[in-house]
Design a protein around this ligand. Sequence first.
Ligand code: HGY
Ligand code: MN
Ligand code: MN
Ligand code: MN
Length: 415
Amino acid sequence: MSVALDIAALGARAQAMIEELGAISASPDHLTRFFLTPEHRRAADLVGRWMREAGLEVSEDALGTVRGHWHPAGPDAPRLLIGSHIDTVADAGKYDGAMGVVLGILALQEIVRAGLSRPYGIDVLAFGDEEGTRFPTTLSSSAACAGVFQTASLNATDAQGVTLREAILAYGNATDDIPKAAYATGGVIAYVEAHIEQGPVLEAEGEPLGVVTAIAGASRLSVTVTGEAGHAGTVPMRMRRDALPGAAEMALAVERIAKADRHGMVATVGRMHIDPGSINVIPARVTFTVDLRSGSDMSRREALERFEREAHRIADQRHLGVVISAFHEVTTVPCYRDLQLRLRNAVADLGHRAPLLPSGAGHDGQAMVNLCPVGMLFVRCKGGISHNPAEYASPEDMGLAAAALIRFIERFQLP
Ligand code: HGY
Ligand code: MN
Ligand code: MN
Ligand code: MN
């Protein structure tokens, strides 16, 4: 028996949910929803309500992940996990993360409504921290679910100096409960995530849906360049130890190294801070971040070494100090071939070809792969624009993605 699909209705419901969730933000004029903030709490409450309305039992763990449980085969049966994240970057689009949670809930709601049963359970997961935009670690919620949360990251601090430990307590949770968030190994069959592509490939191919082959590895660095403060009007140029031009030369080296790579490497200096930051004072210290990614872990690590050498050469030449700390790394994760095939078959049931493509963006699957096989379904992204309020996916494409998840679940037999 297969679930009757009304793709337009699914798409309209998805869009309405995206709008409702997208309105929950730290600021009235743009979407910013960081981990363990009051807006995360409001978003978690909304998602929990949707899960209950879908007929799911709802729980929440110490890292703020909301879970909707459906276990027709009893609480001890193995589980299929479907999810994504509800945190965002600053000034974000509405679809990144939220879409995967909304589509997971919609798909499971249709399965429950149709009275289907399955020899396994399904949990829909809404992770609280994927982006790593409040604290310098990413994927901390999914890492807790996968049993690989690093307790050292409890000491990480946000821009206001609040530690992750303090934020968990302030959110009303207990750090002692973090281990309870982990799924028992062997209890989970697979993790599948639907996500807006955040790139231009599906739009260029004229396809609404794609299936991900691998999720690119990434390194996050913090670079601190130190010079000497001085009077902007009195110190001759040849006598300065100005940290800013040195940092700028290093940022250009980041760009040059990435452009020279032949594995599609990308590198971004997303944040830069100048001290003391007065208009008439020569910068004494500049700190900036580097986000460097590649589908090849080897070329990414080689690029990091090259950058380190370049940065020290520039610092020596300019009589500056430089300290580079690689504070976060996720490795490239291949998506499970069997899941790729199953997702492509589900898309084919809808009369579409699902191109295979890698993901340059990071995803929770890079943590969940420590627990189980991972699969990802991509949804066409207008103009490939993401991490930008102009991010957009059409209701039709989201309706198709929900339908593909329903067909995927219908077809999914225990391996
Ligand atoms: O940065 C990323 O790739 C993801 O959006 N966290
Ligand atoms: Mn995302
Ligand atoms: Mn993102
Ligand atoms: Mn097609």
